[in-house]
Structures are given as C-alpha cells and as structure tokens.
Design a protein around this ligand. Structure first.
Ligand SMILES: [Zn+2]
Length: 192
C-alpha cells in the first residue's frame, strides 16, 4: 500500500497544504525532519557514546526515530494534541506519509508537534552541559510551550490548536468543529 509513488504524492500534497496553513518556521522544522537535518547524537555517529541519549530522559537514542515514539511525545499527543499515539507515534507521521493523516487539521497539528520537538530537543541539547538532568515535567512543559510558539501569530495554526479538544465537549461544539474542519479539509488523495 505505501508505495514510493504513493508516499511521494502524499508528501507533495502535505507540503502544499502546510504552505497555506502554517508559518514558515513550522515548515522549516518539517523540512529539517524530512531531510534528516536534526543535530542528533545518532546523526553525528555517536551511537555508542554516552551523549547519544534521549533528551527527555529515556534509556534510548538521541534520534528522530526515537522521538517519533518517545514517552514525552506520546504524552503530548494524548494530553495536549488529541492525537492517538497508537496511530501517530511513528516515523511515517514525522515524514508526513502516515495514511491516518486524513484531514488538514491533523496535518497542521503534526507539523506543530514536529516544530515543538525540533526546538525543544535543540534547546535541551545545547544546554545539556550546564544542566544535564531536567525532570519530566519541565521538559514536557517546554515541549508544549514550543508547540504553542509554532502556532503563535498564525490564525489558522492557532485556531487548529485551540480546537483540538472542542468537539469532545458537546453536540453544539461538535457541529462547530465539523464546519471549521470542512473549510480546511480538501486533503483527499487517491490511495492507489
Ligand atoms: Zn525518549
């Protein structure tokens, strides 16, 4: 199902959508992810060294492949972004070719998550020598703040983030959200 052709079409459409719905700083982080530009320990061939460790404190590598399904990423997905980690905590999501990304608001939310993770891990990596161990709460809050920073000042991104939980509260909200989503949803693609 996930042929190269399908993934290329999917990615191309996703990037077109993001150009309309997210600020340039978010798209820059998305590009950096797709082109493997994160300054991770793994990228710099430090696989066997002590500094190649998850910056959120897991016993795992400092790598994009890990951050896609790190416990802190999953927590932000569940608690803040309303993305089900079962479907979205994987590398396909971070390459924007996960077949479960079916609506523009999901795509925007994922782009904001990528921006948040990219910036949070950069900051933690740069300050590691001064402050080697942060508690989980501190790093989680930093991630959430960076996700919000990604959306800041951009009306569609901000609206999307604000509405992640809107349709769980009442039928009225449900209808509103459906209408808002319709305006964004032109993200269908031939799966063949
Ligand atoms: Zn981790």
């Amino acid at each position: 199902m996930l042929t190269n052709n399908w993934q290329t079409q999917r990615l191309s459409l996703a990037l077109q959508q993001l150009s309309q719905h997210t600020p340039p700083r978010v798209r820059a982080a998305v590009f950096s992810t797709i082109w493997n530009r994160w300054n991770t320990g793994r990228r710099w061939q430090k696989r066997k060294r002590s500094e190649n460790q998850c910056l959120f404190g897991c016993d795992a590598e400092d790598s994009i492949e890990h951050y896609c399904h790190c416990g802190t990423t999953k927590l932000a997905m569940r608690k803040f972004l309303r993305l089900d980690p079962y479907y979205f905590a994987n590398v396909h999501t971070f390459m924007l070719v996960n077949q479960h990304i079916q609506h523009t608001d999901t795509l925007i939310t994922i782009a904001l998550l990528i921006y948040g993770l990219y910036n949070t891990t950069n900051t933690l990596r740069n300050h590691k020598e001064q402050q080697p161990n942060h508690d989980n709460n501190y790093t989680y809050n930093m991630l959430v703040q960076n996700i919000k920073n990604g959306a800041r000042g951009h009306p569609i991104s901000t609206l999307t983030l604000d509405h992640r939980w809107a349709n769980t509260n009442s039928t009225q909200n449900n209808n509103n959200t459906t209408q808002d989503n319709k305006a964004l949803y032109n993200y269908t693609i031939n799966m063949g």
